[in-house]
Write a new protein. Structure first.
Length: 493
């Protein structure tokens, strides 16, 4: 595919990351031209509030990539513009995590993923909006204001990686990075109609990712094709000595073909079949029909323990958050409210710097860990976590992949759940169990549901055994080949 030297910043299908890297390597275009195209698109889409900041060093990076290309280096992501979530450190950029408390924090170092992206020739254009400290499912709690869904700006893009999802859905950049602790890559991918992959825990380094709940956090990409997902995973996955939980598993990602679907054993998780909207249900059925049509076997399987996943998840995530966020006291990082004594200063800093949801979680998390309650809450939740992991392992004796909707409903309205924390937590019903079990899962844009006259994307989640992340992209390529992936751009983007 030929890419014009100064691509149009308006409508029309946009080239993939794979196409762009090829064009740069063939010297049909330059990283600088791709960067200015991305900046023009970001500018035209400012009303979506997908970004918190731009990378002032991007132009210099683009020039450096061009020099490397001219020197003959074969860079897998040559000149590809990318947006990363604002909880991933990129040297010289602000890393606010969507919080007032880090409003003026500038990263002194690169996260491992950022270093690998730059090494592979990508140009990090900017930092994506997110729920404060990645706590949320709607990207409404950011100190930088909410992100809007390009399919219907009255609706949320999902969260907490809403800005990263919108970056790809609205074609600002072909790929982006988010983080997924309980669904924050998959659910926004579903709400905006793109792919979102949560890798096996330990598959992608978390070094330089600001911690929310360390035993659950994982960085993952958004993309518009299985081929692009494979491209970026082959760059960012792999062992990192700077992350103690990093696994030794060299990435071997490639998009599959319909032939790969033949004989695939697909298990539909029975517990996920209740409470879905009509459009989610019909999208799931259409996806299962496509799989059967391609020669896969499809059967229901029960994983009873997932009914307790939401309760266990929040009883684990909040205590971990309360201890991870203890470091923001105004003494070493970010904003400080000064007072005559240190205790008052710390109190005011935290009271002023953290938003309501973050404060709620610190309080609940501290409570669940406190003496007398630890056994009742935290250690019980850890037992449930063990059961969930076991139940998944048992199911994988009979199935190659498991499937559920990514969310029981498509994107909801701004304000619809933000005043009701429990309703917001319940939105994660299909995603949190996967993080508790440490498994890889992919949200595939598989259909649409028309709500009040507006077409909204619907995502289907595929789950693979530990370290079998590659299977998910084999499957996605196969689904693309049989026409079961509905990848469209919202009107005007
Ligand atoms: N919505 C979930 C939460 O608020 C998941 C967030 C995430 O994956 N970062 O914890």
């Amino acid at each position: 595919m030929s890419v014009p030297a100064t691509p149009s910043s308006t409508d029309g299908p946009q080239p993939s990351a794979t196409d762009l890297a090829r064009a740069v390597l063939a010297q049909d275009t330059t990283p600088q031209a791709l960067l200015s195209n991305a900046l023009a698109r970001i500018d035209a889409a400012q009303h979506l509030n997908a970004l918190i900041s731009l990378n002032a060093g991007a132009e210099a990076h683009a020039q450096a990539v061009q020099a490397r290309v001219q020197a003959g280096e074969t860079l897998p992501l040559a000149g590809v513009p990318i947006i990363v979530k604002d909880n991933i450190n990129v040297r010289g950029t602000r890393t606010t995590c969507g919080s007032r408390i880090l409003a003026n924090y500038t990263s002194p170092y690169d996260a491992t993923v950022a270093r690998r992206l730059v090494h592979a020739g990508a140009v990090i254009v900017g930092k994506a909006n997110m729920d404060e400290f990645a706590m949320g499912s709607s990207t409404e709690s950011s100190a930088s204001g909410p992100t809007l869904n390009p399919w219907d700006t009255a609706r949320v893009p999902g969260g907490s990686s809403g800005g990263s999802a919108v970056a790809v859905a609205a074609n600002l950049t072909p790929i982006s990075l988010g983080s997924d602790t309980g669904g924050s890559v998959r659910q926004p991918a579903a709400f905006t109609g793109v792919y979102g992959l949560k890798p096996t825990y330990g598959r992608v380094s978390r070094f330089g990712l600001v911690a929310y709940a360390s035993s659950l956090d994982q960085i993952g990409p958004f993309a518009r094709s299985a081929e692009d997902l494979a491209l970026i995973m082959n760059v960012i996955a792999g062992h990192d000595p700077q992350d103690a939980t990093s696994l030794h598993a060299p990435p071997q990602f490639a998009a599959g073909t319909p032939d790969d679907l033949r004989g695939l054993r697909v298990g539909v998780i029975r517990e996920s079949l209740e409470g879905n909207t009509a459009g989610v249900e019909s999208t799931l059925n259409a996806t299962l029909d496509a799989l059967r049509g391609a020669g896969a076997s499809v059967q229901e399987v029960s994983i009873a323990s997932v009914r307790h996943a939401i309760a266990a998840y929040y009883l684990i995530a909040m205590p971990e958050a309360s201890s991870n966020l203890a470091r923001y006291d105004g003494m070493t990082y970010g904003d400080r409210s000064t007072a005559p004594d240190v205790n008052t200063s710390m109190t005011l800093t935290r009271e002023h710097g953290f938003g309501r949801e973050v404060q709620r979680r610190i309080l609940l998390g501290t409570y669940a860990l406190s003496s007398g309650y630890y056994d009742a809450y935290y250690s019980k939740a850890m037992k449930v976590r063990g059961l969930i992991a076991q139940d998944f392992a048992r199911a994988f004796a009979d199935f190659d992949v498991l499937v559920t909707p990514t969310s029981p409903f498509p994107a909801f309205r701004h304000g619809e759940k933000s005043s009701d924390p429990l309703a917001m937590y319940a939105a994660d019903v299909d995603t949190v169990a996967i993080n508790l079990a440490g498994l890889p899962a992919l949200s595939v844009p598989a259909g649409f549901e028309t709500v009040d006259g507006v077409r909204l994307p619907v995502g289907i989640q595929f789950i693979a055994p530990t370290l079998k992340d590659e299977v998910l992209l084999t499957l996605a390529g196969g689904l693309e080949g049989v026409g079961a992936v509905q990848m469209e751009a919202p009107a005007g983007y």
